[in-house]
Design a protein around this ligand. Structure first.
Ligand code: PRP
Length: 211
């Protein structure tokens, strides 16, 4: 039997995904070992493989068919713009993609000024400002701790995910505009969906029952 391979975004999403899969009898005990540095795990009995990738690479593995199924945030899916089927909202990892900044930036947004936007999501930021708002901005790509940018004067606003809002609050920033809601999604390679339709649909249908 061919393995069905899952690409999971390592970290919280992978843990939540495994907890969800356990509810439909899919286990991978090896993966629970907090100390392991292994990236690939196999459940021989079920013919399943799981690998842990950087979140932004999960769409790539699934598009190319190196993984049949992926679990990744909608934010990453939108940013990466890859080709696959998005089959299910898993309901966890909920957050909002927002334009954030200090109160004083509200005016700049209203007046359509040429502002600088710091973001780990330059694609989403560009789409929002250029195509939805028709506002010309300068987008500055960052890789983390994005809230720093407006504080130290690198940009006027940021585009980032907001979950509890505490990072914003503790840094004197606020949500200025909401772009979209995000959560963890299950995605499937287009060829795998045809070749392994029965096994993949079986997993999807069982998950739909427990969610
Ligand atoms: C994310 C995001 C915000 C924070 C939002 O960062 O970029 O900084 O979480 O969460 P909150 O609303 O609950 O405070 P992450 O922890 O992924 O780290 P990063 O800054 O390195 O990207």
């Amino acid at each position: 039997m061919r393995y069905i391979t899952f690409a999971l975004a390592k970290g919280r999403l992978a843990k939540k995904t495994m907890a969800l899969l356990e509810q439909i009898g899919i286990f991978c005990e090896e993966m629970k070992d907090e100390k392991t540095r292994k990236l690939i795990f196999v459940n021989e009995e079920l013919g399943l493989k799981f690998f842990l990738a950087k979140a932004s690479d999960v769409p790539t593995y699934v598009e190319y068919g190196a993984a049949d199924i992926g679990v990744v945030g909608k934010d990453t899916i939108l940013e990466e713009g890859r080709q696959f089927y998005e089959v299910m909202d898993l309901g966890f990892g909920k957050c909002r993609m927002c334009v954030c900044g200090p109160e004083s930036a509200k005016e700049l947004l209203k007046r359509n000024e040429l502002i600088r936007v710091g973001s780990k999501y330059p694609g989403i930021a560009k789409d929002y400002f250029y195509h939805k708002k028709h506002q010309t901005v300068e987008i500055i790509k960052l890789n983390g701790s994005v809230e720093l940018a407006p504080i130290v004067g690198l940009s006027e606003v940021i585009v980032d995910i907001v979950e509890t809002g505490s990072t914003l609050r503790e840094n004197g920033l606020q949500v200025l505009e909401e772009i979209c809601e995000c959560s963890a999604r299950m995605v499937v390679n287009e060829v795998s969906m045809k070749m392994e339709q029965e096994r993949i649909m079986n997993i999807i249908n069982q998950l739909k029952e427990v969610i």
